[in-house]
Write a protein that binds this ligand. Structure first.
Ligand code: GDP
Length: 454
């Protein structure tokens, strides 16, 4: 018998409501001890997918109006009996309600335990379970869409199809080897080769799109570089949609590296607004400048901002030098002012040059397009299944390795027995990917990264 667990399923800060989720054999009984239906009925008699209005209570003391929802096993998120009590979302009320639920017999849920139970009860496979965490932490459209696709089983289906094709061929080969006297049709070598080639292609496609998927879902470490007053803070504020950096007309007012995740259309940029890159400055600023230089060398993408209303200066030349060999976009700013800069040197030095007015927002769409081109993600298809993390990628890569070995063995004339061993290993890797054959250590490790209540 598994324990009955409970935790706050919503955010741990004041809100309109707070939902306490209880799951396990005694979930509804425990909910019934702390919840009194307004119409005098009992939660114990309530069918699944039904809700009741009433009061939560600690002992006999009623302390909030609430709504209780009942899900009957196996038709619930975890596959167990589940009750969810929605109380008003104040920290004190939530703590009091949770305390009452624990006093009534529930154990505090561990990190990710609800989703882990869903996985163990076959409600989700591992890729879907991982997508729950990804969906919750998604910061942009692409990340949310990709996680939702995985939650809907897009990756599981693709992997499942490859896996089934291998299993079917392996089973036929095994039968043919083991029962040579039976009337089992011989598997044509060309058919087997085609199956292996197709599996290779499918897995290669997934592995090849991994980096692109990571860029789109995890965001891009980005640095905004440029001389003081070029408009770095203004650009950052434009992308962030609110005031974050201090914008003034006095050169060098952005003292340190300020971090912020912003959306540039479909991209998420983890942005560092840098101290102005220029010689001299006071002590505090020098520290900021050194850190900005370090950030440029470690950034994946650099937005090098130039002030088009002033002539190209030695400081601009330093920025150009800094960006050599980097994935950098020249952002020629202040296009709303009269142009005094000669852009030829900049255009020659950068793979992408865009003209914008950070003040008015003009040119931002061009900046997004340039960033996507530079990052190689302009073709990214948010509806296609992608590998969401290194674990999934490793399983895919290992499976691909075994399939290639199997095909080479086949081509070099080795027995079907030998080929079969490698195909079995490939299938094992795919089963590990979706969790059908994952070790308990892998499973525990995945769920330990979840928050409590998920
Ligand atoms: P930073 O030192 O590079 O961070 O530059 P700021 O963002 O602080 O901008 C310096 C000054 O230029 C401020 O007065 C901004 O309002 C102004 N500025 C920034 N972008 C533009 C722009 O596109 N057009 C105009 N006209 N002014 C801008």
């Amino acid at each position: 018998m598994s324990t009955t667990i409970a935790a706050l399923a919503t955010g741990n800060s004041p809100g309109g409501i707070g939902v306490i989720r209880i799951s396990g054999e005694n979930a509804i009984e425990i909910a019934n001890r702390v919840f009194e239906c307004a119409d005098g009925s009992s939660l114990l008699d309530l069918k699944g997918y039904r809700a009741k209005f009433g009061c939560v209570k600690s002992g006999e003391e009623k302390f909030d109006n609430a709504v209780a929802l009942v899900f009957r096993a196996p038709k619930s998120y975890t596959g167990e009996d589940v009750a969810e009590i929605s109380v008003h979302g104040g920290i004190y009320i939530i703590e009091k309600a949770l305390g009452a639920v624990f006093a009534a017999g529930a154990q505090p849920a561990e990190a990710g335990e609800f989703t882990k139970r869903a996985f163990l009860n076959g409600k989700l496979d591992l890729t879907q379970a991982e997508s729950v965490a990804d969906l919750i932490s998604a910061e942009g459209e692409a990340a949310a869409q990709a996680s939702f696709n995985l939650l809907q089983g897009a990756l599981s289906r693709k992997i499942g199809a490859v896996q089934d094709s291998l299993i079917d061929s392996a089973a036929l080969m095994a039968a043919w080897v083991d029962y040579p006297d039976e009337e089992i049709p011989e598997l044509e070598q060309s058919t087997l080769e085609a199956t292996l080639k197709n599996a290779e292609a499918q897995l290669e496609e997934l592995i090849d799109s991994y980096d692109c998927g990571q860029t789109m879902t995890q965001g891009v470490e980005t640095v905004i570089a440029g001389k003081p007053n070029a408009g770095k803070s203004t650009l950052m504020n434009l992308l962030a949609g609110r005031e974050k950096s201090i914008v003034t007309d006095i050169a060098g007012t952005t003292r340190d590296v300020v971090e912020e995740s912003v959306r540039l259309g479909g991209l998420v940029l983890h942005l560092n607004d840098t101290a102005g890159i220029h010689a001299g400055g006071d002590a505090v600023e020098s520290i900021g400048i050194q850190r900005a230089m370090d950030k440029i060398s470690s950034a994946v993408l650099v937005l090098a901002v130039f002030d088009s209303s002033t002539p190209l200066s030695p400081e601009d030349e330093t920025v150009i030098e800094q960006c050599r060999g980097k994935r950098a976009i020249a952002v020629i700013n202040k296009t709303d002012l009269e142009q005094r800069i000669d852009c030829s040197k900049i255009e020659n030095a950068f793979a992408e040059t865009v003209y914008i007015s950070a003040k008015s927002g003009e040119g931002v769409a061009e900046l997004e397009a340039a960033a996507k081109r530079l990052l190689g993600v302009e073709q990214f298809d948010t509806s296609a299944p992608i590998l969401a993390n290194q674990r999934q990628k490793n399983c895919c890569r290992n499976a691909l390795g075994y399939i290639k070995e199997a095909r080479e063995a086949l081509e070099s004339g080795m027995t079907y027995d030998a080929v079969n061993v490698m195909m079995d290993s490939a299938v094992d890797e795919l089963l590990a990917l979706t969790g059908k054959k994952a070790t308990i250590e892998v499973v525990n490790n995945i769920f330990s990264k979840f928050c409590v209540g998920k």
